[in-house]
Every structure is written in C-alpha cells, then in structure tokens.
Design a protein around this ligand. Structure first.
Ligand code: BGP
Length: 478
C-alpha cells in the first residue's frame, strides 16, 4: 500500500526558490464578519440558521495577522495563501466601495513583506456577496460581470503589492456543494446540469479576469485554483466501473481542465457533460462567444493551483440518489451514490480520516502526471492545498500531530517523484496555516500548523510546524 512506502529517493531535494506555504481563506480565519463595513454573504445567515458554529471570531485573523505572520517567519513558511473578502471591498457586491476594507488588505500585504512572507492572493474563496447570491450567483451571467469588475478593482488597487493572483478557489467544490451534495448555501441535490453550468460560467468569469489582468499589464502572475482528485475505477477490468470513474472525472476534473487549458471542451468531455446534464433534465448554455474568450485566456494562465487531498474509487451505480455528508467526524457515515454517475467506495486496506477522506498519496502523483501529459501547455503548478483534518489533542502545552506529519510527508514524497519525472511544480501550501473553521464541519476538524485555542486566540505550534520548518530549511524530507 502506497501510504506506508518508505521515501524512495532520500537524496532528492526541492529546488531553490520552492514555496513552502500555509493556506487560509478570508471567511474561515478573519472573523469580524459583520463589522468594519463588511457586507453580508450567504454564509452569514446559513450558518446562523444551522446554529452549529459561528464564523466569528474564527481565528481572529483580522486582528491577529501580525502574530500569524511572525509565526510564519519563525517556522520557515515563506508564503501565505490569503483571500480578499469581496464584501469588505464592495459590501453589496457592486457599486459602493468600503475604504476600511480596502485599507485592511494594504496593511495585511505590508505586514507580509515585513515578515518576508509572500502573499498568494485569491479573489473569491466561496464568499459571494449576498445580493449576488440571491440573484442566482454564477448561474446568473450578471455575476460574471460583477466578479470581473471586482477583480479589476483589486488589480488596480493592489497590483504593485501582489505577485501571485488566483481568481477562484475550487470551482468544483463550489458547484458540487451547492448543486449536487447540497452542503453549501443554496443546498440543492443531484442537479448535475446546474453544477456543470456553474462550472462553465465561473470558468468564463476566470477567463475574462485573466484577459483584464493581462491587458492591464500588471506585474504579477495569474492562475486559477481547481480541486482535483484522481478517479480510479474500483475494478479496473470492469467497463461499468471504468465508465463511472470517467463520469466523475469529467464532472470534477476534465471539464474544468479543458476550460482552463484548451478554452473549450474536447469532444469526449462535451459528450459526457451533455449526457450528465440530461440526467437531471437540463441542457448546457455554452456559447461560441464564451469559447472565444476562454480560448484567448487559456494561453495566458501563468500557473494552475491544485488543491488535492484524496483520490476516489468508483463503482457503477444503478440506484436512486443517496448522498450523505459526514460533517461530524463520525467515521464511516459518508455516502455518495449519484444516479447516472457512480458510487464512491474505498478499497480494502486504504486508510481514511475520521471524515472518511481516503489517504492515498500516490493519487497526487497520478494526478500531476496526468495534467502534464494531457495538457502540455500548462506552465507551472502549485499545490495550493493539501493537509489532514484531525481531532488534535492539546496536552500540557503541546500538540503531537504525528498522523498529520505522516500524511504530509507521504504527499511531499509523491510530489517530489512527480517533479523527478518532469512535472513543473513551484510550491506547496499546507491547508491550513493555523486552525480555522471548516465550512461544513466546524471547529473540531483542525488542519493547522498552529493550534488555535478559539477561546483565548492563543497560538501553539504543533509538532508538524517544527517538522515542516526543517523541511523548508533543508528542502529535504528526512
Ligand atoms: C477546500 C477549501 C478550504 C478548506 C479545505 C478543507 O475545499 O478550499 O476552504 O475548507 O478544503 O475542507 P474541509 O474544511 O471541508 O475539511
């Protein structure tokens, strides 16, 4: 089993200049969600109605970012993923600007520089302004224009302070959690056509923002972050399992990668996407003028951000939709059986987390090699998220998160192997920098290098932080 493989090439080293980063997202860390002029997002009411947990104060990053950046510097973390909260800039999503919000990010980026930490900035990480959400979010083409206006504002305002821009975080997660799994605000289930339409419209918005960035001649680089998972047939000799794996692959990976790197959809992608859209009774609205824009932008992406935590094994499935999200960490409760697509299963012997996420690090290698082979025009990849959700124990002032170290070590091992066979990877960000809340799971699913006591907001470096510091300093795994 790959998980327990020894490190195969102990002599291999990450190249000089490789990014060793930690990741955050505005809504998951900042707190202060209803103050300092910030406008509402759909999550505010959604979480309040659920009553499980609050986004305030989260990790209080709005006030504590100097502490976190100081920790980054001490622990060899030379880059931080942050996102700009759209509604700190435009409280209603369009129109009126909130100067206090604009200033906040100037201050944050300046503090990053003081601590020699590069900010890697995402424009939207799941937090669409409420007014746009209520108008249909990205299924409404007006949201595309609103996003591009917001992006242009940020490029103009922060263009000299930011070297790495990404338009969206995880278009697939947005689309599936909203329209298939029903775990994000809006909460619909098994609406395959809406999921694919959302993916297309967001990729069109990405393309328009890339063109605006390049036309503006800003100094940095720009890309998009996709959440990708290698899809293996459960039985690789069974044509029905192979077809199920392909269905899921198109939904999550190939549709978005085609849009990113081709700017249109290859014939097999398009045929499967149309068939899947028909399962939920819909058709896709993809216009020739969209594809023209996307084709122009496809040549201009400077990099691809890859968020990768796990892979999937797929079996053919003939039954009704049966979807249940394990959002509590009660192992073995997750179910994903999607009519017309397939059933997610695990293979005996492969470990999982308490949230039923499959731990199969070789999946990262297979995914990266696939991108290189299928989309040879990609320029560079950053692993923009990878990490392990875990119920950490704080004991006598210390957190021994050995399973997380093992998880990250195994993934970095397979990442190095991918680089050895020629995949161009510029950096790795662990999700997450400090503990923060998880959108659909709350505060007991911790991911950070730095343990956060959510009562006192004290930070405590975990064993993984000390281990990662050594990796970053030596650029070697062991
Ligand atoms: C990604 C998101 C992050 C983060 C992470 C962990 O999908 O970009 O925002 O939450 O996954 O996922 P979760 O919080 O569901 O465990």
């Amino acid at each position: 089993m790959a998980y327990s493989d020894p490190i195969a090439s102990p002599e291999s080293q990450f190249p000089e200049g490789f990014i060793f980063g930690g990741a955050t997202a505005a809504y998951q860390v900042e707190g202060e969600t209803r103050t300092h002029g910030k406008g509402k997002v759909a999550w505010d009411d959604y979480l309040a109605e659920q009553g499980r947990f609050s986004p305030d104060p989260a990790s209080d990053f709005y006030n504590k970012y100097p502490v976190d950046l100081e920790l980054c510097e001490r622990f060899g973390i030379n880059d931080i993923r942050v996102s700009i909260a759209w509604t700190r800039i435009f409280p209603e999503g369009t129109g009126r600007v909130n100067p206090e919000g604009v200033q906040f990010y100037h201050d944050l980026f300046a503090c990053c520089r003081e601590h020699h930490v590069e900010p890697f900035v995402t424009l939207r990480h799941f937090d669409t302004p409420l007014a746009l959400f209520e108008d249909g979010e990205f299924l409404n083409r007006a949201t595309i224009d609103a996003f591009v206006d917001y992006a242009k504002f940020c490029f103009e305002e922060y263009g000299d302070e930011v070297r790495y821009w990404t338009t969206f975080n995880e278009i697939w997660a947005d689309a599936t959690n909203h329209y298939i799994e029903g775990t994000f605000p809006g909460g619909e289930k098994a609406q395959l056509h809406k999921c694919l339409q959302c993916e297309h419209n967001m990729m069109l918005a990405h393309a328009k923002a890339v063109l605006a960035f390049k036309e503006g001649g800003y100094p940095g680089k720009i890309g998009v972050i996709q959440s990708l998972e290698y899809k293996y047939p459960f039985d690789e000799n069974d044509p029905a399992d192979i077809a199920a794996a392909k269905n899921e692959d198109v939904l999550q990976n190939q549709f978005l990668l085609d849009a990113t790197f081709r700017g249109d959809y290859a014939p097999d992608t398009w045929e499967i996407a149309q068939r899947l859209a028909a399962v939920s009774g819909g058709e896709l609205d993809v216009r020739e003028e969209d594809l023209e824009v996307m084709r122009s932008a496809a040549k201009l992406n400077d990099f691809l951000g890859v968020n990768n935590y796990q892979c999937r094994f797929l079996k053919a499935y003939e039954g009704e939709n049966d979807l249940h999200h394990n959002g509590t960490g009660e192992k073995g409760t997750d179910r994903f059986r999607l009519a017309g697509v397939g059933e997610r299963v695990n293979k005996p012997g492969i470990p999982t987390t308490d949230w039923d996420w499959i731990i199969y690090p070789k999946g990262m290698f297979d995914l990266l090699v696939r991108i290189k082979l299928q989309y040879p025009n990609y320029k560079q990849i950053f692993i923009t998220e990878n990490g392990m959700g875990y119920k950490d124990d704080y004991v006598d002032g210390f957190v021994d998160d050995a399973p997380r170290i093992d998880y990250v070590r195994q993934h970095l091992h397979w990442l190095l192997k991918a680089m050895e066979v020629g995949v161009n990877v510029g950096g790795y960000f662990m999700w997450s920098l400090q503990d923060q809340f998880s959108w659909t799971n709350g505060y007991n699913k911790r991911y950070g290098f730095f343990y956060v006591d959510f009562e006192t907001q004290e930070r405590t470096p975990k064993a993984s932080a000390y281990w990662f510091k050594n990796v970053a300093e030596t650029r070697r795994l062991d």
